[in-house]
Write a protein that binds this ligand. Sequence first.
Ligand SMILES: CC(C)(COP(=O)(O)OP(=O)(O)OC[C@H]1O[C@@H](n2cnc3c(N)ncnc32)[C@H](O)[C@@H]1OP(=O)(O)O)[C@@H](O)C(=O)NCCC(=O)NCCS
Length: 152
Amino acid sequence: MILYRHAKLSDAEAILSIINEFANEGLMLPRTRSGLYEGIREFIVAVENEKIVGTGSLHIIWEDLAETRTLVVLKSHQKRGIGRKLVEILLQEAEQLNCPQVFTLTYQIEFFEHLGFQLVDKKKMPQKVWKDCINCIKFPNCDENAMIINLK
Ligand SMILES: CC(C)(COP(=O)(O)OP(=O)(O)OC[C@H]1O[C@@H](n2cnc3c(N)ncnc32)[C@H](O)[C@@H]1OP(=O)(O)O)[C@@H](O)C(=O)NCCC(=O)NCCS
């Protein structure tokens, strides 16, 4: 059985290892250890037999916008609904905060379409969205797709 819960500090190394495994394949952006610890309270983890098999985070951008970040499920556990469940939990958290819109920057267009996100023109996203991008290895040549979901 898969359990979903907020991350603990003791989960950080396992989270980092999953993220960087996929980042090495160019499927997602790498995270630094310090950045992960600073943001650990934003993370939800999926746990099976005490092992972290997936994770995702919700980052608040502004009064009406949040971002799902760093969503990843171990290859051995993909296509079992874990990614969907992680996103659903993150969207519930956004709703609890009265946040009306959640976006993501992603290569996984079809996956997020299945969850109700729609593609949007990156240029139409508010400037606040790009604040952290300056630290990204791809800046300023971002090739990810912006997708958004309205919760209201
Ligand atoms: C993207 C990812 C998180 C999906 O996780 P998952 O647990 O395999 O996804 P789920 O099993 O919950 O799938 C949910 C739905 O999306 C669909 N889906 C999943 N991956 C898909 C893909 N690559 N392309 C198209 N549809 C996909 C599933 O068929 C399912 O549809 P349904 O619920 O209507 O049957 C996982 O493939 C992953 O970790 N990929 C590598 C890292 C990555 O790219 N992360 C995204 C960064 S933004």
